[in-house]
Design a protein around this ligand. Structure first.
Ligand code: 5AD
Ligand code: SF4
Length: 456
């Protein structure tokens, strides 16, 4: 599920810090980028670099960027402009990820002090690019590998959480929705073999991970190059690895959402009770203009499969408001869809025209004011839906995984299988450890979180 906040991975400690090359890495965008950053951190550490917490302390400053909307892209250029003075101190800058892939060598024109520009498919070449950087080369690019069959294998992944980890199962996207940059920034779909995915999952289980999140721009269009497993079978196989207690997957496309995914969730208890299924619009006309290749009814049929599951499955979605040509009646259909589905969470965005995409040539007919108004209405309506949905949990006992502690509030932070935050208190003198699982009775609800008490 997208989370467009800025995430800094924690620095790695190293005793020989004094003479080491140092780097700072800041990540923008989705979980794919967060996980790519874990791979970049692992690779740099392996190359003798130490991660530091501030730009000031670093020799090499890296931004792993997102270009999904204009605002995300602007953030990167603002960051680069802010730190011109650091260039005078001899620091080197690198731009990684989707803006790097999209803008390519233009980045050297917009920010001439950048020395390294690399898209995600070229990270395998990072060690070699770092050597060139250290030799003083000024303009190093890794941009040409989007069609590579090789996915960035994760030998040196520096996972930042010891209990819950990501595994990429598919890279890229072949869907070409009219608004979306991903097929251009991340290239065509390439799946990893199920053998390689399961081996990584097994290694993670062996080193104590209990939750695995399978990642891809389009996880459910996964095609095993070895033809051994469908996506649903792979999901089930990961869930059956001893020690793995929770498996999540994101993000799914409705076109490829098959019934056997729900059957797998029914059959394998460790597969979490949550499906993120981006709809983008409730209007079939807008969906057609977006080139989503499904209708409202077709989408709702998939939702009815999910609702018919043995366990209640929480549903979340992504929505774009103000796509060119979206009429008030179209928008109203999105609102009625929210009520019909009863989502537990919605990530809603104002349409942002993106370079190279088919929709960029459509007149951006909805004013920014109108987009903001529609977004506001949508979020208010959704908040009411969530207020009701969350209140239905009061009195239930739910298993949580402990994520941390909020000492100021005297609460333990937990997450349910449905991916809901459940903060709780406990009568025990010793607080439950991060990564542990325990049952919690829900006592209070809000539109975005639950509060409860540990069941002694
Ligand atoms: N404008 C606004 N939102 C977009 N998204 C993708 N492209 C755009 C765009 N051009 C949203 C979609 C997608 C989510 C990750 O970002 O809702 O599911
Ligand atoms: Fe992730 Fe898409 Fe943003 Fe790239 S453009 S970082 S793939 S959300």
């Amino acid at each position: 599920m997208p989370d467009f906040t800025i995430l800094d991975a924690p620095p790695q400690q190293n005793a020989n810090a004094a003479h080491q090359k140092t780097f700072y890495l800041e990540t923008f965008g989705c979980q794919m980028n967060v996980h790519d950053s874990e791979k970049v951190i692992g690779t740099l550490t392996q190359q003798g670099y130490q991660q530091v917490e501030t730009e000031e302390a670093a020799d090499l400053i890296l931004y792993n960027t997102c270009s999904i909307r204009d605002k995300a892209e602007q953030k990167v250029f603002n960051r680069l402009n802010d730190y011109k003075k650091l260039v005078r101190q001899g620091k080197r800058f690198g731009v990684l990820g989707c803006v790097a892939q999209q803008e390519g060598e233009h980045i050297f024109e917009r920010a001439p002090y950048v020395s390294l520009v690399s898209g995600s498919a070229s990270y395998r070449k990072l060690p070699e690019m770092l050597v060139r950087l250290e030799q003083g080369e000024k303009r190093i690019t890794g941009l040409d590998d989007r069609q590579t069959e090789e996915t960035f294998e994760t030998e040196f992944t520096a996972r930042s959480n010891p209990h819950r980890g990501y595994i990429t199962i598919i890279e890229g996207c072949d869907k070409f929705c009219a608004y979306c940059v991903v097929p251009y920034t991340r290239g065509k779909e390439r799946s990893r073999t199920s053998t390689s995915v399961l081996a990584e999952a097994q290694r993670m289980a062996d080193s104590g991970y209990t939750e695995i999140q399978l990642l891809g721009q389009n996880v459910n269009s996964y095609r095993d190059p070895e033809r051994k497993k469908s996506f649903a079978e792979l999901l089930a196989a990961v869930g059956e690895i001893p020690g793995i207690r929770r498996v999540r997957f994101t993000t799914s496309h409705p076109r490829d959402f098959t019934r056997d995914i729900v059957e797998a969730i029914d059959a394998v208890p460790s597969l979490c009770d949550h499906v993120h299924l981006p709809v983008q619009s409730g209007s079939s006309d807008v969906l057609h203009m977006m080139q989503r290749e499904y209708t409202r009814d077709w989408y709702l049929e998939r939702i009815s499969w999910i609702k018919a599951a043995k366990r209640p499955i929480s549903m979340t979605t992504d929505i774009i408001v103000g796509f060119p040509g979206e009429t008030p009646a179209d928008f109203e259909q999105t609102i009625t869809l929210l009520h019909e589905v009863q989502y537990d969470g919605v990530f809603a965005f104002k349409y942002s025209p993106r370079p190279n995409t088919p929709a960029v040539n459509l007149p951006d007919s909805i004013s920014d004011e109108m987009k903001s108004e529609r977004l506001q209405i949508l979020l208010e309506r959704q908040r009411e839906i969530q207020r009701q949905n969350y209140s239905r949990h009061i009195g239930e006992v739910l298993e949580v995984m402990v994520e941390g502690h909020n000492r100021a509030r005297g609460q333990v932070i937990g997450r349910t299988s449905q991916n809901k935050t459940l903060n709780f208190t406990t009568a025990q003198p010793i607080l439950p450890a991060t990564g542990s699982y325990l049952p919690v009775r829900v006592t209070t609800s809000f539109p975005n979180s639950l509060v409860g008490e540990a069941v002694a």
